[in-house]
Design a binder for this molecule. Structure first.
Ligand SMILES: Nc1ncnc2c1ncn2[C@@H]1O[C@H](COP(=O)(O)OP(=O)(O)OP(=O)(O)O)[C@@H](O)[C@H]1O
Ligand SMILES: [Mg+2]
Length: 585
């Protein structure tokens, strides 16, 4: 007798449930996605006991006929794809045809549904995957699925459930993340008979977003808009001042589907161009729209991941959209009341100047280009030019130095302190970056070439990178096997740094593809160079040097923080000072 057997359907459904239904929140996710695919405009989620006792999702979507409802509970039954080709151009959230049978196999389940053509609805009751009863019932058009006692028949899994509060928190996150992606749909979430959240339909997702990312980000969000034929990107990102310690504040949607995507997440980080402190995560809500056949959604049973056909292109588009938005926003305007509310969208800005190599400390700029810009603005719009000139670091009045570490300045509204090291680091970093981009890196030959050895895979990557690295002043030659000789390096901090740098370049490249991995490592390299070259604390600057530093800061794309993400300046308005001195009651 054969030892191999085809599993009974209920058992195979339970196995599928092992992948798809991890906890009550996964049930909520699958049911909500079904409701959205059914074209609903109003969805109610009722939960009891954190979803351990009950999860119910009711919608006003297209509903199902009696026959379809019975079919929907069969494995591999779906109305969303029909042929092979459909699998590579999926427009719906579901397509696997397994969510309902999986959920029904591990719970006490009921489905009430009615489509527009029917006068009565159908109710199907299932227990642990077995259909117990099918009957006609009165019901509105739409669908209501009730899931009680999840995992009642798989005690080992039930044991893994956490407290009602924890499970409820997961459910609230799930509902919220789906609601953000569909602002035009009304959602309500009830727990133990009380409404916890209710978002009316609205063209603008801001309210839902704020629920997700926190009210502290409201004033510090910058709009992202990017459109090209292969991808459109919309959404908001936070200024580098609003950060989180995990990636939970990052919401990424691809064609309406919430996904966790390391490539996009990485691209967002890159877009901050060193503006984030180590270990800090930005807050972001990004909606990406790509052609359906350019993204594979059939990657993971929970459908939380996708694969892009043109990964690097998507990465680069996201990165430049983020950096463009921050660049626009990162011009301080000398208004506002507290140090934390200083970042507002820019009014206008000069075209960046591409200076040559830095030889002197910080030579004064001739400012021709900037002045030209101001002149053009003046003729076009005097008020704008006025505002523009107000927000220049170069226009601050220099009061003096504090401990030869900070530069003390004033403007019409108060006191501004700059950290001389951080500010100079930012200036050098942007300058080095531009020089590298323009193909004029600073490079020095090593007196004694350094040999570096890699693993087989890494050596292969490094070999392919050699020409690109040369453009950055990093000259490397293969030395047989997996060994390489480093001949020239960019002007880097004193010796010993080259090995870890090279390893980082190779690792990042292995992880994110040649372009972005390398760019990341290049930035790290430039940060090191800038840090080394910048003036230190306790180093006295002349008035001329201070003025030069302020002018040069005005030329930076991101003048408000050093490449490590620390602020370059802080300010106190007179109002704040007066309040601190208790002159205002
Ligand atoms: N709320 C609903 N309203 C209308 N039809 C629904 C609803 N929920 C499910 N259906 C129908 O039942 C079918 C099966 O649903 P199920 O969730 O099991 O699979 P799917 O959504 O097609 O794929 P996936 O397993 O990826 O979710 C769907 O294809 C759809 O036709
Ligand atoms: Mg589904």
């Amino acid at each position: 007798m054969s030892k191999i057997k085809i599993l009974p359907e209920i058992l195979s459904n339970k196995i599928a449930a092992g992948e798809v239904v991890e906890r009550p929140a996964s049930v909520v996710k699958e049911l909500l996605e079904n409701s959205l695919d059914a074209g609903s405009t109003r969805i109610i989620v009722e939960v009891e006991g954190g979803g351990r006792s009950l999860v119910r999702v009711a919608d006003n979507g297209i509903g199902m006929s009696r026959d379809d409802a019975l079919l929907a509970l069969e494995r591999y039954a779906t109305s969303k794809i029909y042929k092979d080709r459909d699998l590579f151009s999926i427009r719906t959230l579901g397509f696997r045809g397994e969510a309902l049978p999986s959920i029904a196999s591990v719970s006490r389940f009921s489905l009430v549904t009615r489509d527009q053509t029917a006068h009565t609805g159908t109710e199907i009751i299932v227990e642990g995957g077995k259909i117990k009863k099918v009957s006609e019932v009165g019901a509105p058009v739409g669908t209501m699925v009730t899931v009680r006692q999840i995992f009642f028949n798989t005690p080992a899994r039930r044991k893994f459930l956490k407290t009602a509060a924890t499970e409820m928190a997961h459910i609230a996150d799930t509902v919220l993340s789906i609601a953000i992606g569909r602002p035009n749909i009304q959602f309500r979430l009830d727990h133990n008979g009380k409404t916890v959240r209710c978002w009316p339909a609205s063209p603008d997702p801001t309210e839902r977003m704020i629920d997700a990312i926190g009210t502290d980000s409201r004033a510090e969000l910058h709009r992202i808009e990017h459109d090209d034929p292969s991808i459109s990107i919309n959404g908001w990102i936070s200024s580098p001042r609003v950060t989180r310690s995990t990636s939970r504040g990052i919401y990424i949607y691809v064609n309406g589907r919430r996904v966790r995507d390391r490539v996009i997440q990485h691209a967002i980080f890159e877009g901050y161009a060193g503006g984030l402190m180590k270990g800090c995560f930005p807050v972001a809500v990004l909606f990406l729209t790509v052609p359906f056949d350019e993204v594979d959604v059939n990657v993971h049973p929970t459908k939380n991941e996708v694969r892009f056909v043109q990964r690097e292109k998507i990465h680069n588009a996201v990165q430049s959209a983020v950096s463009e938005s921050l660049r626009r926003a990162d011009r301080p305007r000398w208004t506002g009341t507290r140090p934390s509310s200083r970042e507002k969208p820019a009014i206008s800005e000069p075209s960046p100047r591409y200076g040559g190599e830095e030889k002197n400390f910080f030579p004064r700029t001739d400012d021709k280009e900037n002045k030209k810009n101001i002149r053009v603005l003046s003729t076009a719009d005097a008020t704008q030019a006025e505002l523009w000139s107000k927000k220049r670091f170069g226009d601050l009045r220099i009061i003096g130095r504090l401990h030869d570490t900070y530069i003390v300045c004033e403007d019409d509204e108060g006191l501004v302190l700059l950290n001389q090291h951080a500010a100079h680091e930012r200036i050098l970093f942007e300058q080095l970056k531009r020089a590298a981009a323009a193909g004029k890196p600073s490079s020095q030959k090593l007196l004694i070439p350094e040999t570096v050895e890699f693993g087989y895979r890494e050596a292969d990557i490094l070999e392919r990178l050699i020409p690109r690295l040369k453009e950055l002043g990093l000259e490397i030659e293969p030395f047989g096997g997996n060994t390489f000789v480093v001949q020239s390096v960019p002007v880097l901090p004193a010796g010993g740094e080259i090995q870890p740098l090279l390893r980082e370049i190779v690792e990042k490249t292995a992880e994110y593809g040649v372009t972005s991995g390398l760019e990341k490592a290049v930035d790290r390299c430039l940060i090191l160079m800038a840090c080394h070259g910048a003036v230190r604390a306790n180093q006295r600057l002349s008035d001329e040097q201070i003025k030069g530093l302020l002018d040069r800061l005005d030329e930076c794309d991101h003048p408000s923080h050093c490449p490590h993400g620390r602020p370059t300046w802080i300010r106190w308005t007179l109002a704040f000072l007066e309040k601190s001195f208790k002159r205002i009651v």
